[in-house]
Structure formats: structure tokens, C-alpha cells
Design a protein around this ligand. Sequence first.
Ligand SMILES: Nc1nc2c(ncn2[C@@H]2O[C@H](COP(=O)(O)OP(=O)(O)OP(=O)(O)O)[C@@H](O)[C@H]2O)c(=O)[nH]1
Ligand SMILES: [Mg+2]
Length: 305
Amino acid sequence: MNSADVCILIPTLNEASTIGQLIKDFRHEGFFNILVIDGNSKDGTGQIAEAEGARVIMQTGKGKGQAMIQAFRFIESPYVIMVDGDGTYLAREAHSLLKPVLEGRADHVIGNRLGNYSPGAFTRLNLVGNRLINMFFDVAYGVELKDILSGYRAFTLESMRELELNKTGFEIETEISVECILKKQRVEEVPITYLPRSKKGATKLNPVKDGFRIGSTIYGLAKMHNPMFYFGIIGSIFILAGLFTGTFVVAQWYEGITRIPLSILTALLIIFGLQMFIFGTLSDFILTLHRQTIQLIMEMNKPRK
Ligand SMILES: Nc1nc2c(ncn2[C@@H]2O[C@H](COP(=O)(O)OP(=O)(O)OP(=O)(O)O)[C@@H](O)[C@H]2O)c(=O)[nH]1
Ligand SMILES: [Mg+2]
């Protein structure tokens, strides 16, 4: 492999305290094709990156996702590594991340931070949030991925071009992970080290707001992949609410009090909830038929021997 075949893609927003050393580290590891997509940093991040020999492009919109989507259009090299610019990932681990891709075993490799993180790298909230989000993702998409939000990844240009990406903020890693699953890419996870963020650079992630957006992204995108999961959650909420009001209605009835409006509400909640399950079953059925049709078309299009 020629070192120019790998593009190191770094999104940055005010990371002046770490970007210089990070680029030095990657160059030391033999990677010279370094692309920084900068969100118009005010602290000289772009100038530092340029002085260290990286190609710097300015982001035209806002958010990490918009930056990544814009930067992907500039990449021509067959292999890509994406890495955050805040110095939390180690350049020397790029080789183990790239290995499965270079050996043709995987299309997309995720650096799993959750096995080996330094004390303080995750706040307690971030750690719990990460684990919950990964569990939710695994149930929704029927896979076993441990760290879908990781910012250190290696993939082929070809597999990256297959992904349909629209998310502009911190939901981008989620969308990438979902798209990899939907496009049936071979995804592998490799353990990596995760270091605490430098004290000098502030985080851009709001754990509550961004955590909620990430959860909604997983849920929203599941409609097309696992409709039973999508409609089942809505249905369960309504049925649970119906059981709650229903328990009250029955308890009151035993005491001789009849609650007519609440009984009607209970019936409506349970009927609506059950309908969601019927919706999910039908959607699952339609999806199965659609998948069979697509498979048939693919087989028909295969060149005959
Ligand atoms: N170009 C660009 N980069 C961004 C933007 N927002 C964040 N980044 C970069 O994306 C990377 C990840 O952002 P972080 O703030 O470190 O988010 P995080 O790693 O999920 O959260 P921490 O654990 O707090 O570090 C960093 O290199 C940021 O500088 C943006 O709007 N535009
Ligand atoms: Mg970070």
C-alpha cells in the first residue's frame, strides 16, 4: 500500500491545542495525505493544520455531520480514516484500524473505545448514554456493535460512496453505522484507546441534547429496516397507558364507582396500541416482499456464465 492511498480526514472546530500534534503523529506514522475540514475555527486551528502540512478546507455549513459530508466529496484515495481532532485518539493505532480493510475482510472498521478508555475519557453520563445507545441500536438493527458513536474509523472510498448521509450534527456516526448495515457492508470493530479531551479545548457535544438526537435518529431510521420495532414501541406505549388507566377503572368498579369517560379512553388507548402492532406486522410483510423482489432483480441482473 502506498501511503497516499489513505486519506486521514479530520473534522475540527476550535481544536488549536491538539491539531498540530495530531497531524505530526499521523505524519510520523507514515500518513501524509491529511485533510482537515474546519468549521471556521476562531483559534487558528486551520492555520496550524496548514503549517503542519495538511490540506485544509473550510466548511460551508454548520455541524460535524455537514463537515464530514462535504469533505467526503473531496476524497479520491481508495482508503479513508476519519478521526476527531481533539487528541482523544492515537495515530499509531491507525494501522490496526486499517488492517481489516486493507486485507479485504471489511468495508468499514469502527474503533471500539469502550474496552480501553482512560480514566476521565468518558464522563459517567457519556458512558451510560453510550452503552444505552448501543443497546438500542443493536435491538433496532439486529446486530452486535459495541461502539457505533466512535469517531475513529477506517473504510474504503467505495463503501463510503455507497452511504446516503443527511445528518448535519453529531448524529453523523449513527447515520454512518445505520447506512453500513442497510447497505449490507462488512463492518468490523477493533479495540482502540480513548484518551480524555485536552483541558484547553472545550467539547462541542451536549450529552443531553445530542444524546436525544442520536436516539431519535436510531429510532427514525429503523422505520425502514425494522418496522415492527418502530411501530411496536409506539404500540407498547399506548397499551401500557391503557393498562394503567384500565387498572384504575377496574379498581374503582370494584368499589362501586363507574368511570365511563375513562373506560372509553382505556378502550381507545388499547385499540390504538394493538393497531400499531397490526401496522408493524403489515409493514414487516411488505418489507419482506420488497426484499425478495430486490433479490430477484439482483439475481436476474447477474451476468450468466
Ligand atoms: N468541522 C467541524 N468540526 C466539528 C464540529 N463540531 C465538532 N467538530 C469536531 O468533531 C470532533 C468531535 O467533536 P467533540 O466535541 O470532540 O465530540 P465528542 O468526541 O463526541 O465529545 P467529547 O467526548 O466531549 O470529546 C472534534 O474534532 C471537533 O472539533 C463542526 O461543527 N464542524
Ligand atoms: Mg471528542
